[in-house]
Design a protein around this ligand. Sequence first.
Ligand code: 13P
Length: 252
Amino acid sequence: MRKKIVAGNWKMNKLQADAKSLASEVVNMAGAEVSSDVKLILCTPAIHLDAVNKLAESSAVSVGAQNCHSKESGAYTGEISASMLADLGIGYVILGHSERREYFHETNAELTEKVNISLKNGITPLFCCGETLPQREKGIHFDFVKQQLTESLFHLSEEDFKKVVIAYEPIWAIGTGVTASSAQAQEMHKEIRNHLASKYGQSVADSISILYGGSCKPDNAQELFACPDVDGGLIGGASLKSRDFIDIAKSF
Ligand code: 13P
């Protein structure tokens, strides 16, 4: 059985007091309302990781970063290393989010290094892929997404690959209120799983959780999560409200 995962990507939102209240609400509500077979992860701004991790300590809620640097340490002013995250007890890191690819020019090659350094430090990458609207309209969306996966993940050993979580986030659906239809999500998730199977075999591909991200909300999560190859969500806007985030986590 694949893990069901609902991860919140808070992006660059929440000051300290609000971050702590949101995390406490999620931890309390999760304990009371969310089935223990759904893994919840809060990916907070780096400056809140330690505080949120402490609030989540004795709960089943995990904490993740939204990025890390590709090198172990050194003269990289302003950056945070995977070993610093591991040192705080952070278990997950979002890598290759389309906002980082676009605004910070992250390439598939650089993401290869970030994936490696995260795994080396025992941190699970939530690896993002997804196409733009023009790419979808041209009909090159499957090839584009498969190339992102091939170039950043397919160097991994089977043992390491099995630790990765994939998030499909069509860029045209992020923060736009436009959601991929459940048919579009299922079609791409199936295509991704087939691609993973072509490299690692069907049983490994069947063990990898593939999350959907892009305007996933309480009112559409149920339909999306009912798709056979959708194993949960990476939630942006709706993860900033505890009620919405928990309702999404209850949508399986
Ligand atoms: P929204 O849920 O706000 O569309 O964001 C999705 C996302 O980018 C999650 O990483």
